[in-house]
Design a protein around this ligand. Structure first.
Ligand code: RIB
Length: 298
């Protein structure tokens, strides 16, 4: 089994359920409230570990109760958390989930926003010992950039989940093995409108021309596209009821990486990822909804 290193965010999610998401200026009453561990980095680390990978995480939580809870859940799920710093205030995500499972999220980065390139460098040995390096964009750009350069200089494969989306520096693309945007993120990265399958493929090619080796575009109920050079394969989504889509994209990226680490080829890995994500959308919350390997097999 190859080793996965996740460099990214950890949040405490403050989740309210509402009938429908409020429009600007509207006040709506929630039907429930819960604090649930999450954060794109932690979600991906826990998902890969529960599926059976050896996972180490580098990140930062606050020196507060939420921070300690997040470290405990990582450890309970089998993630080595020695690379997680504890200082300042834990990041929080204010999440509203509607009856049809859609969500809207406001992020308070807290400690995630304070991790520095130097702190990543201190954890060089963890990256050195990993095979796949998993990144998202909830930590500062300089920290992501440093990780990319370090991982590349060590010959590691980097999977970047560009969420939340922002324009990426051109110099990053040649250092990315797989990019996993959803349709909206692909549109932001390429400044292109995405309506049709042709738009998806054309936009993905823009990013491959910049140097990314392959792209998986996730599209919720419409499935996903795996795109590399002249190959573009549609991966259908499982038809399941959506209870809460929080963390589904994270589980897709993590499960894809896990399957690659197991030696699966890319399309089979994406099919496996689609299966895992279909389980996650049927459960509430981010980290609590990540399935164990035996549940996926069953
Ligand atoms: O991708 C879902 C995650 O986004 C949530 O867990 C929340 O913390 C935000 O980071």
């Amino acid at each position: 089994m190859k080793r996965i290193v996740v460099v990214g965010s950890l949040n405490m999610d403050l989740v309210t359920t509402v009938r429908s998401l409020p429009k600007p200026g509207e006040t709506v009453a929630s039907t429930s409230f819960a604090t649930i561990p999450g954060g794109k980095g932690a979600n991906q680390a826990v998902c890969a570990a529960r599926l059976g990978a050896q996972v180490k995480m580098i990140g930062k939580v606050g020196s507060d109760e939420y921070g300690s809870q997040l470290i405990s859940i990582l450890e309970e799920s089998g993630v080595d958390s020695k690379g997680v710093y504890q200082n300042g205030k834990t990041g929080m995500a204010f999440i509203q989930v509607s009856e049809d499972g859609e969500n809207s999220i406001v992020l308070y980065p807290g400690a995630n926003g304070e991790i520095t390139p130097q702190e990543i460098e201190y954890q060089k040995q963890i990256i050195e010992n990993g095979d796949f390096i998993l990144l998202q964009l909830e930590i500062p750009c300089e920290a992501v950039s440093h990780t990319l350069k370090l991982a590349n200089s060590l010959g590691k494969k980097v999977i970047l989940n560009p969420a939340p989306a922002r324009i990426l520096p051109d110099e990053w693309y040649p250092m990315i093995h797989t990019l996993t945007p959803n349709e909206t993120e692909l549109s932001i990265l390429t400044k292109q409108e995405i309506q049709t399958k042709e738009d998806v493929i054309r936009s993905a090619k823009i990013l491959m021309d910049k140097g990314a080796k392959q792209i998986i575009v996730t599209m919720g109920k419409k499935g996903a596209y795996f795109i590399r050079k002249n190959v573009h394969t549609h991966i259908p989504a499982y038809s399941v009821p959506t209870v809460d889509s929080t963390g589904a994209g994270d589980s897709f990226t993590a499960a894809f990486t896990f399957a690659l680490a197991q030696g699966k080829e890319e399309v089979a890995a994406a099919q496996f990822a689609s299966k895992v994500a279909s389980m996650v959308v049927q459960r509430k919350g981010a980290i609590p909804s990540m399935p164990y390997g035996h549940e996926v097999e069953k």
